[in-house]
Design a protein. Structure first.
Length: 194
């Protein structure tokens, strides 16, 4: 989010998929001197949306409660659309929706990968006339030697509490860990061997 969308204090950003990556993106936004004016988190698990609010989302959309994500995003933004969005789900239909719900000269970023053969589609005329950008992002599109130490220092100060997302389980409780991830009571389950 920080290195690709580059939000400003006037930006409206959306993060779709409030798992470990999406929640970390929301946390990272708070490291900026100027916060975006609106941070929208979208997920289908209410517990994750509650965490998104805790970590800095100003608005949340439970996608199980809306029929049309594009309409919900446009309604929240007064019809303007979002300036930047990150898809953490890897679902082509979500990316297609974000392309339609993004403002002029806005950026849609894919960080999640679902099916390896998934393809997206965008109306060329609308994309050209709006100046929208679609891009992929791996590892935060950062210079790791600078970015990772910055995140570690932020974590040490308590400004980037990503370890709160991690819940450990003994390896023999793998089924319990999977269930916890699926029901939203754990974001990032880590198995440990003793």
């Amino acid at each position: 989010m920080l290195n690709v969308v580059k939000p400003t204090s006037n930006s409206v950003v959306a993060i779709v998929g409030a798992g470990a990556v999406g929640l970390a993106a929301i946390m990272a936004l708070k490291l900026k001197k100027e916060l975006p004016r609106m941070v929208i988190a979208v997920d289908l698990i209410q517990a994750r949306l509650d965490m998104a609010k805790k970590y800095g989302a100003t608005h949340v959309i439970n996608s199980t409660e809306v029929k049309d994500l594009k309409a919900a995003l446009l309604e929240l933004t007064g019809g303007e659309g979002v300036n930047g969005s990150i898809d953490c789900t890897g679902r082509a239909d979500v990316v297609n929706t974000l392309m339609e719900a993004t403002a002029k000269r806005g950026t849609v970023v894919s960080v999640g990968v679902g099916k390896l053969d998934a393809t997206i589609s965008a109306n060329i005329f609308n994309t050209v006339n709006s100046g929208r950008i679609y891009t992929g992002c791996c590892m935060g599109s950062c210079y790791p030697q600078e970015f990772i130490p910055m995140l570690v220092e932020a974590w040490k100060r308590g400004d980037f509490p990503f370890t709160e997302l991690i819940k450990t389980y003994p390896a023999q409780e793998m089924d319990k860990a999977v269930k916890a991830v699926l029901d939203g009571s754990a974001v990032k389950a880590v198995l440990t061997w003793e």
